[in-house]
Write a protein of this length. Sequence first.
Length: 190
Amino acid sequence: MQLREALARRYDDVKAWIKVITFYELAVGMKGTLSHLIHYKPITLQYPHEKRILSDNYRGMLALLRYDDGTDKCVGCDLCEAACPSRVITVVSAEVPGEPTKRYAEAYSMDMTRCLFCGLCVQACPVDALGMTREYEWAVYDKRDLLLNKQQLLAIGDRSFPTREKRIEFQHQNLAFFNVAFPGQPPKGG
Ligand code: SF4
Ligand code: SF4
C-alpha cells in the first residue's frame, strides 16, 4: 500500500516536472491567442478605395432640408439650438418680410468641431428641417472649414436627400403659424 502511494506521488512529481519543462500551462494560457494567430483573417479595408458598409441608422454630417419647391423647411424657432448639448448651433431668427407673425432663419450656422452627432437637434425640430446624412469624410486641415453656414448646410441636404418632402398645403396651426413656407395661412387661432 505504501509502495503504491509512493509510486503515485512520484508519478505526480514527474507529471508536474514535464509540465514545467514543456511550458504546458503557458501554452494552455496562450491557446486562444495561438488559435487567433493561426486562423487570422485580416479585416483591414483599403480606405479610400474600399469603404465600410454603414449601418442603417448611421448618424453623419448634419444638413438643413428644403421642401420640393425649394423653400426652406426651417422656421427659425431655435429649438435645435436649445436642444443641443454642445452649443453647436446658432440660429438668427427673423420675421418674414411683410408677415410679422411668421419667422424664418435669417442665418443658421453650425460649428461642427463641437458636434457629438447625438441627434437631439434633429429630434427637437418641429418641422423636420434637420437631417443626419451618411457623410463622414469631413477631415479638414483648418478647423474653420467646419464652421458651416446656412447655404452650406442646405447644399449638404440637397445632395444627401435628393427626394424632398412635398410642401403640404396645410400644417398644424402651431407649425403653420411660424412657417415661412405658408404665407397665406391665417393667424394662430384664426
Ligand atoms: S447632433 Fe447633437 S451635438 Fe450635434 S448639433 Fe445636433 S444636438 Fe448638437
Ligand atoms: S428646430 Fe428646426 S425649424 Fe427650429 S430653428 Fe432648428 S432647424 Fe429650424
